[in-house]
Design a protein around this ligand. Structure first.
Ligand SMILES: [Zn+2]
Ligand SMILES: [Zn+2]
Length: 538
């Protein structure tokens, strides 16, 4: 008996000592001590909520000024910035002052842009998340629900902070794993030569879905938190939060300098054209620890707002074989020819595009969608071009957009967060490269009875590589962002309106109807009136 006990004890001791090492494959380490050291280094558990204030900036992801090749996303300043994050209640409230007139109020920073939303009217902007509900207010106006997919990102964002990450790592289902590596820091790139530093990387799962990892330096400080979300145009989309300058926050320490990449920090464009990165940052030196007010309850109006239905396609006939396919924040238009169909614009994403394509198949049975004209490369206008490519349409785009479209958008790269039909079943055209028509000045789509002309619009300061289309017989001009009719013309739109006027005059077009992507078609006279009013108010 004693001998058997001895054997049993020996087995138990052996298993205690040996098993953990055996369970970890080479390259991995036990995440427990790494996380414990990181928590202790900033006394993380003493901070239940935090409020921080200062001045920052936000970058409009997907709204590049110059053809998606800028180093930064176009920046807007955020003055009088204050944010309260409460990890116990899963809530965040963020307020800041931003110059009104240009950006939709729905646009937080980075992800959060919803195409065709009303432009921000007031200075003060508030964005709140409570559980899986998120909303914003533009000044003192009524709260507006953030669509569910975006509300999830608002909630995720709470955990992309050093304290949030460590708290999320203790939740059930986090399943932390840890590894180590030598990080080269910014060696060379910015002229700094820094010795490589041995760091740990701990990866966890957040909200049961997102893989989030933190880089923890040799002093056990979390220096970077990274995750991957879905972005309809680019697919798997990198978000990296970098934070430094930890200062006392009650018994804890909290970083006051923030810097967030959205997209890869690919300055040299080795791997992609869209090197947009800096999308949020600033200095927030005023810290309040554990002043945890009750979370703002979800307003009834927000709770009761139905999620947007991308399958709702409102068909309006504009002429024989010419239809507005509306119902969302951005339209598509279809023009039927004898044997095929041409479409102007594939906004939003795959679900919307599939619904529009189904509608087209009913309106013009048996006719292939031969051409898809994309107006310009802002992300709210091209989230569906992959879907059209999959069903066999050739993309008509300005030649200047080609590197971005080919390398970043119409690729056969896997999409892991939200696989679309192009990434699940890539058609051979994608690899063979005959999926686009890159034009310089103009292009004509015709069956020798109907004619649709496509023009390059310039000069223009909205974006480079902008196309419009024109049906001379029906006198309809299709355009995007040059003249929106879903809200009154505003200061920021006036230069674009002048560009449309110039283009129409230069090409001697006799336009009867302006058909915008944002808003309803209007008679040309409405545009001329708006130009006159704009000139007076400007
Ligand atoms: Zn645009
Ligand atoms: Zn737009």
């Amino acid at each position: 008996m004693a001998r058997r006990l001895y054997v049993l004890c020996a087995v138990l001791v052996a298993s205690v000592i040996v098993l953990p090492a055996q369970q970890l494959p080479p390259g991995y380490v036990d995440p427990g001590p790494v996380l414990a050291a990181a928590s202790k280094a900033i006394n993380e558990q003493s901070l239940r909520c935090v409020t921080f204030s200062g001045t920052g900036y936000s970058g409009a992801v997907g709204q590049t000024f110059e053809n998606a090749v800028n180093i930064d996303w176009r920046r807007a300043e955020m003055a009088n910035y204050t944010r309260t994050i409460n990890w116990e209640t899963g809530t965040s409230k963020e307020t800041f002052d931003r110059k009104p007139g240009e950006s939709p109020a729905s646009w937080k920073y980075g992800l959060g842009f919803v195409g065709g939303m009303p432009t921000q009217k007031n200075v003060r902007q508030t964005h709140i998340v409570n559980g899986m509900n998120a909303w914003y207010t533009d000044g003192d106006t009524a709260p507006v629900a953030v669509p569910p997919e975006m509300a999830e990102i608002y909630q995720l964002d709470i955990w992309l902070t050093p304290h949030g990450f460590l708290k999320a790592a203790r939740k059930p289902g986090a399943n932390p794993v840890a590894l180590w590596r030598w990080e080269q820091l910014e060696k060379g790139r910015d002229g700094n030569v820094v010795s490589p530093e041995k760091v740990h990387v701990v990866g966890i799962t957040v909200l049961g879905k997102y893989r989030v990892d933190a880089t923890i330096n040799s002093q056990n400080i979390i220096t970077r938190i990274k995750t991957t979300v879905n972005e309809n145009t680019l697919g798997d989309f990198n978000i990296e939060q970098e934070s430094t300058n930890f200062m006392p926050a009650g018994e804890s320490r909290w970083p006051i300098a923030w810097h967030s990449h959205q997209g890869w920090d690919d300055n040299w464009k080795f791997y992609s054209e869209s090197t947009g990165h800096n999308a949020y940052g600033g200095k927030f030196p005023d810290i309040k620890a554990n002043v945890c007010e009750d979370p703002v309850p979800v307003p009834d109006a927000v709770r009761q707002t139905p999620a947007p239905n991308p399958a709702q396609v409102n068909v309006e006939k504009m002429a024989e074989g010419v239809y507005l396919l509306g119902g969302g924040p951005a339209n598509s238009y279809m023009v039927e020819f004898r044997d095929f169909v041409a479409v102007f614009e594939a906004p939003l994403g795959e679900a919307r595009s599939l619904a529009v394509i189904d509608t087209i198949a009913k309106l013009a049975p048996g006719k292939a969608i031969r051409w898809l004209i994309m107006s310009h490369p802002h992300f709210d206008h091209i989230g569906g071009i992959r879907t059209y490519n999959h069903i066999g349409a050739t993309l008509v785009t300005h030649m200047i957009n080609l590197p971005f479209i080919n390398r970043d958008v119409l690729t056969y790269k896997a999409r892991t967060v939200k696989p679309d039909i192009l990434s699940l079943w890539p058609p051979t055209e994608v690899a063979e490269g005959y999926n686009y028509e890159a034009i310089q000045e103009n292009f004509v789509i015709t069956d020798n009875s109907r004619i649709l002309r496509v023009y390059y619009v310039q000069p223009l300061n909205h974006v480079s590589g902008m196309l419009m289309a024109y049906l001379p017989a029906e006198r309809i001009a299709f355009e995007a962002d040059l003249f929106d009719t879903h809200e009154p013309p505003r200061a920021a739109q006036i230069p674009a309106m002048r560009s449309l006027m110039n283009q129409v005059q230069r090409m001697k077009l006799d336009v009867g109807t302006v058909a915008p992507i944002h808003g309803k078609p209007v008679p040309w006279s409405a545009f001329v009136d708006a130009m006159g009013t704009a000139a007076k108010t400007n």
